[in-house]
Design a protein around this ligand. Structure first.
Ligand code: NDP
Ligand code: HSE
Length: 439
């Protein structure tokens, strides 16, 4: 029996999620156990990018969260009140929930998780922070043995996209914001992005996971990017900084065995970041979250922070986690009663292509006699074996010998080796000290 999904919302993220679920070849086999049972939308008249059987799409979202056949409700409508209401109803009906909604979780997380714990269901929220970046599960699991002292993130794709384009093109704020909206990065009301509220929602969630306590969203300071001008960006640049909208959660109080919730500073504001800092090179719609703790030190999560496909990846990873639980729980035989995501089910070996068949670019460095026509001879010999050259430069001398560096176009390694075997025999060639692959 398959696992039935009720998806609320078929906008940017909903469409990406449905597309990913329908196109399951080459992805985890558990995806094939999932059935898109109902999809809830506001309007039946809108053209849709996905082809779903008649009757699957409905405007009756209540019927989805109340449907006894549905195992997992996936909330992708956004907004606050209606989303909260539907999530709570789904929980009350014993359904697991997946949501991408940081606004609702950061404000009503306490209520939602209390209800979920009581009902014995899970609420999963990987897509709520960092779009496609897996950061929620690592904080909940892999990093949980660390004492975290700081989480610093670029967690809003829209503002990072705007600041990056203002920095690199000198573009003005309004034009770039319009592009971010067209590309589906910005929230329906971009105020949430531009004024830092979206980032504040996200850092509240990250802080809660990293420091093991609840965060009152109203106490998170947020200042957006409206007042950041091209002039500030240019001065910052001259001083060795870039301007980024940072979301920061930092432990302030010393560790104490008696108090489980440390005092924190949790804030969002445009920040001058030294160009050498790991977050300074995170550009465009990309997000990154730098987690610092003990004993691990620093670890940085980086990836696309918004957009249909990226966010769908995070939504579907949550669905898969729940599906793994449901299938192992449903299985009656003890041998198959294991979590398919934790267990290894691989049986067959993947064929590995020999490195000689790989098509890559090569860098080769030659030491040659300082004679005329050497570069021509090298070029002719590479050409003979079908190796096309991207660049050839004479970089200087090492003693009496001329140093020549060649970069090829994409080519099969075997052909380069053949050409080099012949080149080695040339009278003008002293040696080939380096042969490296270029990515
Ligand atoms: P969209 O506005 O693109 O889509 C919202 C969808 O929900 C639409 O299909 C809409 O129906 C439906 N909907 C909205 N309100 C209702 C309602 N009251 N009743 C029925 N259906 C409703 O939003 P996104 O896909 O961009 O965002 C969804 C969630 O994902 C939000 O919480 C957002 O913060 C989060 N998110 C978004 C990311 C992104 O890159 N866009 C990245 C990470 C998270 P209809 O189509 O008929 O109008
Ligand atoms: N509007 C959000 C952003 C979407 O720009 O980052 C991802 O949460």
């Amino acid at each position: 029996m398959g696992i039935k999904l009720g998806i609320l919302g078929l906008g940017t993220v909903g469409t990406g999620t449905v597309q990913l679920l329908l196109d399951n070849v080459g992805r985890h086999s558990l995806l094939r156990e999932l059935e898109i049972w109902r999809v809830g939308v506001k309007s039946l008249d809108k053209p849709r990018e996905v082809d779903l059987p008649t009757g699957v799409i409905t405007t009756d979202l209540e019927s989805i969260v109340n449907d006894p056949q549905i195992d997992i409700v996936v909330e992708l409508i956004g907004g606050i009140d209606r989303a909260r209401e539907l999530i709570l109803k789904a929980i009350a009906n014993g359904k697991h929930v997946v949501t991408a909604n940081k606004a609702v979780i950061s404000r009503f997380g306490a209520e939602i998780f209390t209800a979920a714990n009581k009902a014995g269901v899970y609420v999963m929220l990987e897509a709520s922070v960092g779009g496609g970046i897996p950061v929620i599960q690592p904080l909940k699991q892999s990093l949980s043995v660390n004492r975290i002292h700081t989480v610093t993130g670029i967690v809003n794709g829209t503002t990072n996209y705007i600041l990056t384009r203002m920095q690199t093109e000198g573009s003005n704020f309004d034009d770039v914001l319009a592009d971010a909206q067209k590309l589906g990065y910005a929230e329906a009301d971009p105020t949430a992005d531009v004024d830092g509220w979206d980032a504040a929602d996200k850092i509240a969630i990250l802080a809660s996971l990293a420091f093991g306590g609840r965060i009152n969203r109203e106490e998170v300071f947020s200042e957006g990017i409206r007042q950041v001008s091209k002039t500030d960006i240019s001065y910052a640049d001259k001083l060795g900084f870039v301007i980024k909208l940072l979301a920061i959660a930092k432990r302030i109080s010393p560790l104490s065995p008696s108090s489980s919730c440390p005092t924190l500073s949790v804030r969002v504001h445009p920040t001058l970041v030294p160009k050498t800092h790991p977050l300074a090179s995170i550009n465009g719609v990309y997000n990154a979250i730098l987690v610092e703790g003990e004993p691990l030190g620093q670890v940085m999560f980086f990836g696309p922070g918004a957009g249909a496909g990226a966010t769908a990846s995070a939504v579907c990873s949550d669905i898969l986690n729940l599906a793994a639980r449901l299938t192992s729980a449903k299985s009656s035989s003890s041998s198959s009663n294991i979590d398919p995501l934790l267990a290894c089910s691989h049986q067959d070996y993947c064929p590995i292509a020999p490195v000689s068949e790989l098509i890559v670019r090569f860098y080769a460095r030659f030491l040659t006699k300082d004679q005329s026509g050497v570069i021509g001879k090298l070029g002719t010999c590479f050409g003979k074996y079908g190796v096309s050259l991207e660049s050839v430069v004479q970089t200087g001398f090492q003693g009496e010998l001329a140093e020549i560096v060649v970069v090829t176009h994409d080519v099969q390694e075997g052909k380069v080796k053949q050409a080099l075997d012949e080149i080695r025999t040339m009278e003008a060639i002293h040696s080939i000290p380096s042969l490296l692959r270029v990515i």
